[in-house]
Design a protein around this ligand. Structure first.
Ligand code: GCW
Length: 614
């Protein structure tokens, strides 16, 4: 058996594998409860209450608990009960309903077995151009997702490489079989489709207003939903980073999305259309074009033009999953369009599952700023792969766990979620559990200090996106500039500059546009400032840049110390220590490269005499 079978996860002490005979979430719930309570003196029973849908209610009975819940709610209730009892947390009272009806995991898996931006090994289900998996592991995956309330899994990369169309064609039976494996866990499949597919099938066009194209998609949808009636929908990346889209035919994104949406509407499918669209062929000499403006400029005029089953999926920030970005103004500005928030569990720009980076504090910020009522769905780019521990770094699992809990309840408390994960995953002595939880809770701010202080993102190595390279994206076509020179650094995005701040509702616009109120963490994202600019605490800007890099690196070293004292089980301990060594190396490299970069421009030495290389 592969080593993943016995790896501890937050589902430890639960039976494995989940029943092969379960066909519905209720079966799974009964199976899980029976196995969990077998080792206890109390008991639990399930009761289906269809009206509760995804919701559940846990009540105390004379000798245990009653889990009442809707079709999938009953399973979420069972998992919530098990989670509470195993972590010695209070059992939730009253009816619990998920905040967002669609809680999606987007997998960027390619059919050749690679995973785009994957840091946990190869695909869990594709290899050599078709499906290839251990059914037991896929059931375990379904269980893991369901245990934190994730209810949609998008099977393939949004960059749809051939032969992915086969998933809906000659491999449709295999896709249906895969969907059936996840069904008892209340997890529905979604598939990424290529907008130009009809063209590639020989139709001569993919124009959304062409009747033959429309018929082609309608036929495809019928064939697919006949076989997989609960398919959640299609996900589309169009006119983005060289992907085909409606612009080729002079059509708008509303026309493109609605055409697909109409093909799948008869079956209740959602058409999830990504809003990650910008000019990736920008001339770096052009200071007027500002990439963060792109999505709002494109989609705001289309607000209200999308069909009811279209969901516009928007990355949390206007750039691309950087360590810190302001909330995308689209999430605040589209009043008549259903939106999905997209986050990235895969740590593409945030340490690649080598450096520690626990995301709950980040999501707390994102969710609390969002006009939640406009956003109907959440999606996270998966951090999973075939690795023994599923997530490369064993601690990266905290991000999947926490994503599920935040998608269910966006008001969740980051510290509590992290601690619960730590407790469920490792039976550490109390003091060590606290040390681990604290380390994870601080990890984002540590990483931010040595890689992207004051909103200075994108100083990362191009393509691989790990390690420092302040000039890496500076003269490139991707629109990702910091524009450092010997006098100043940052970009003026106020009305006097690129005007990006005008895309926000007035309160936020004013907050960001004023140097008095702009948060330090976004200072150089919104403003261009001289190096001798006085920060609110009296330090100069250049000194603050140096300080953060020294501090971030020193704090990473402290984390290494704290980690080495934890009595984690094997092989997680060895794995975590090995990765920490690489993190320290990375942090030092960032500190020295970025400090040297700015020192060479300014000639200003560190006020505390620490080493900066000439
Ligand atoms: O962050 C960028 C990644 C691409 C990715 C793209 C996207 C799937 O570097 O690998 O492509 O975003 O989100 O579409």
């Amino acid at each position: 058996m592969s080593d993943w079978v016995n790896r501890r996860s937050w589902l430890k002490d639960l039976p494995w594998p989940a029943s092969e005979n379960a066909v519905s979430p209720l079966d799974t719930a009964e199976y899980e409860l029976k196995a969990f309570f077998a080792a206890r003196t109390d008991t639990a029973a399930c009761q289906l209450v269809p009206d509760l849908k995804e919701g559940y209610e846990l009540t105390k009975t004379q000798n245990g608990f009653l889990v009442r819940g809707g079709k999938t709610g009953v399973l979420y209730g069972a998992y919530a009960l098990i989670r509470a009892l195993s972590s010695f947390s209070p059992v939730p009272e009253g009816v619990q309903q998920p905040y967002y009806p669609l809680r999606m995991l987007d997998c960027w898996d390619n059919m050749d077995g690679t995973v785009e931006r994957g840091y946990a090994g190869r695909s869990l289900w594709f290899e050599g151009g078709s499906f290839s998996y251990e059914p037991a592991r896929i059931r375990q995956l379904g269980r893991m997702l369901s245990s934190v309330g994730i209810n949609v899994l998008c099977l393939n990369n949004v960059n749809v490489h051939q032969p992915a169309q086969r998933l809906l064609d000659d491999l449709l039976e295999d896709t249906a079989r895969f969907a059936a494996l996840l069904r008892p866990f209340g997890v529905r499949l979604m598939v990424s489709v290529d907008f130009s597919q009809p063209l590639q099938q020989g139709l001569g066009t993919a124009d959304p207003l062409d009747e033959e194209v429309q018929r082609w998609w309608a036929d495809t949808a019928k064939r697919v939903w006949d076989r997989i009636p609960d398919l959640a929908g299609f996900l589309v990346k169009a006119d983005s980073e060289h992907r085909p889209g409606p612009n080729t035919y002079g059509r708008t994104h509303a026309q493109g999305a609605n055409m697909l949406a109409r093909a799948i509407a008869p079956y209740g499918g959602f058409l999830v259309w990504r809003a990650f669209v910008y000019n990736c062929m920008q001339d770096w000499r052009d200071t007027k074009t500002d990439r963060p403006r792109a999505a709002y400029d494109l989609y705001k005029p289309l607000d209200g033009a999308f069909d009811g089953n279209v969901i516009l999926q928007v990355k949390h920030g206007p750039y691309d999953f950087q360590v810190r970005e302001p909330l995308s103004p689209l999430l605040l500005g589209m009043n008549s369009t259903a939106l999905a928030l997209e986050v990235q569990l895969a740590q593409e720009y945030t340490g690649q599952q080598i450096d520690l980076y626990a995301m709950p504090p980040m999501w707390r910020e994102v969710f609390s700023q969002m006009g939640k009522e406009r956003v109907r769905a959440v999606a996270a780019v998966s951090n999973l792969g075939r690795d023994g521990c599923w997530t490369g770094h064993p601690f990266a699992a905290v991000n999947l766990f926490a994503y599920g809990l935040f998608a269910w309840n966006p008001d969740s408390d980051p510290a509590a979620v992290i601690r619960q994960w730590a407790r469920l995953s490792y039976a550490l002595p109390k003091e060590q559990e606290t040390r681990l939880s604290d380390m994870l809770l601080r990890s984002r701010s540590v990483y931010e200090k040595y890689t992207a202080t004051l909103g200075l993102c994108w100083m990362i190595t191009p393509n691989t996106h790990y390690g420092p390279n302040p000039y890496g994206y500076e003269f490139q076509a991707w629109g990702t500039y910091i524009r450092a020179d010997r006098n100043a650094v940052g970009i003026d995005r106020t009305a006097q500059g690129t005007g990006y701040t005008d895309q926000y509702p007035s309160a936020l616009r004013d907050l960001y546009a004023s140097l008095d109120t702009c948060p330090d963490g976004l200072l150089l994202f919104f403003h261009r400032l001289p190096y001798d600019y006085r920060m609110r605490d009296g330090r100069t800007l250049i000194q603050r840049i140096y300080d953060d890099h020294f501090e971030g690196c020193a704090q990473a070293e402290e984390m290494a110390n704290a980690l080495s004292g934890l009595s984690l089980p094997a092989p997680d301990r060895e794995e975590a220590l090995k990765r920490m060594e690489r993190q320290i190396k990375n942090a030092r490299e960032w500190r020295d490269v970025v400090n040297t970069f700015f020192y060479r421009y300014t000639g200003v030495p560190d006020a505390h005499g620490r080493t900066i290389y000439p």
